[in-house]
Design a binder for this molecule. Structure first.
Ligand code: ADP
Ligand code: MG
Length: 271
C-alpha cells in the first residue's frame, strides 16, 4: 500500500501493435495484485485483448470504458472482478473505436478519461491503462490521465523509430495538459538473449535514455505467449517460467525506483 493511499496511474503505450503492451498490463497487474495490492486495469484498446487475456468473456460484459467515457455510467458500474487476486478490470469492446471520433466533438476532449478515473486513485494502488496502437485521441486521453507511461518496445531494429514520435507526444501532453506526466520506463520485450542484435539495440537505447530504460528485460517466452489463451496471467499459468520471473523482477524494479525517488524528494525537502 502506498503511504499516501493515492494510487499511481500508469499508461502502457506504443503506437506500434504487437510490442507487448497488453501482455505487460495483464502480467504486471497480476504481480502487483499477488503482492497484496489493489489493482485496476482499464482496457483502453478497442481490440479488447486484455479483457480476454484475463478470461473475461465478452458476453458477460455489462458496462465498458466506452459507456464511462460517454457519461452513460460511473466508473464503478463498469468495474468487473477478475479471477485473480487483487485485479479488477474495466473492460472494453469494439465500440470504443468510435469514441476517438466522438471525443473530437466533446468539450475537454483530452481530459475525459482523466475526469472519469481520478477518484479511483483513492481505491487502488495501481491503475494500468492498456493503450491502443495509435497516437489518436484515445491515447492522448490515456496520457493525460496518467502519472507515468511505460513504453514497451520489441528488441528489433525498427522498433526504435516510433520511440521518438512517442516521446514527442509525451512532451506535447506535458506542455498542454499534464505537466506531471513521467516516463516510468522503456521496457524491452520479446528479447532473444543470444542474438547479438539484441545487445546492440539495448545499448543504443540506453545511450539515448539512460535513466528511463528498465534494467529488467522481458524474454521471448512460450509461457507468456500461451497464457492468454488459457485466460491467465503468466504467474498463474506457469509460475516458474522465465516470463513469470521477468514480470516479477519488473515489479520489483519499479518499487525500487519509486522508493529511490521518494528518498530523493525527501532529501530535497530537507535541504
Ligand atoms: N515476452 C513474450 N514472449 C512471447 N510472446 C509474447 C511476449 N510478449 C508478448 N507476446 C505475444 O506477442 C503478441 C503481441 O503481444 P501484445 O501484448 O498483444 O502486444 P500489443 O498489446 O502491444 O499489441 C501476443 O500474441 C503475445 O502473446
Ligand atoms: Mg494490445
Amino acid at each position: 500500500m502506498r503511504a499516501d493511499r493515492m494510487g499511481k496511474i500508469i499508461a502502457v503505450s506504443n503506437q506500434k501493435g504487437g510490442v507487448g503492451k497488453s501482455t505487460t498490463v495483464v502480467n504486471l497487474a497480476a504481480v502487483f495484485g499477488a503482492r497484496g495490492e489493489k489493482v485496476l486495469i482499464i482496457d483502453f484498446d478497442p481490440q479488447g485483448n486484455t479483457t480476454t487475456s484475463l478470461g473475461i468473456s465478452k458476453k458477460s460484459i455489462r458496462n465498458t470504458i466506452y459507456d464511462v467515457l460517454l457519461g452513460d455510467c460511473e466508473l464503478q458500474e463498469a468495474v468487473a472482478a477478475s479471477a485473480f487476486r487483487g485485479v479488477s478490470v474495466v473492460p472494453t469492446t469494439q465500440d470504443l473505436a468510435s469514441a476517438s471520433v466522438q471525443l473530437l466533438t466533446m468539450e475537454n476532449r483530452a481530459m475525459r478519461l482523466r475526469e472519469c478515473i481520478k477518484d479511483a486513485a483513492d481505491f487502488y494502488d495501481h491503475i494500468f491503462i492498456d493503450c491502443p496502437p495509435t497516437l489518436d485521441m484515445l491515447t492522448i486521453n490515456a496520457l493525460v490521465a496518467a502519472d507515468s507511461v511505460i513504453i514497451p518496445i520489441q528488441c528489433e531494429f525498427l522498433s526504435l523509430e516510433g520511440l521518438v514520435e512517442l516521446h514527442q507526444t509525451v512532451s506535447r501532453v506535458r506542455e498542454t495538459w499534464n505537466s506531471k506526466l513521467e516516463v516510468e520506463g522503456i521496457l524491452f520485450t520479446m528479447c532473444v538473449a543470444r542474438y547479438k542484435l539484441t545487445e546492440q539495440i539495448i545499448k543504443e537505447v540506453k545511450k539515448h535514455f539512460p535513466k528511463e530504460t528498465f534494467n529488467t528485460v522481458i524474454p521471448r517466452n512460450v509461457a507468456i505467449s500461451e497464457a492468454p489463451s488459457f485466460g491467465e496471467p503468466v504467474i498463474y499459468y506457469e509460475k516458474k517460467s522465465k516470463g513469470a520471473k521477468a514480470y516479477e523482477d519488473l515489479a520489483r524494479e519499479m518499487i525500487k525506483r519509486e522508493k529511490k525517488k521518494a528518498r530523493e524528494a525527501a532529501a530535497k525537502q530537507g535541504e
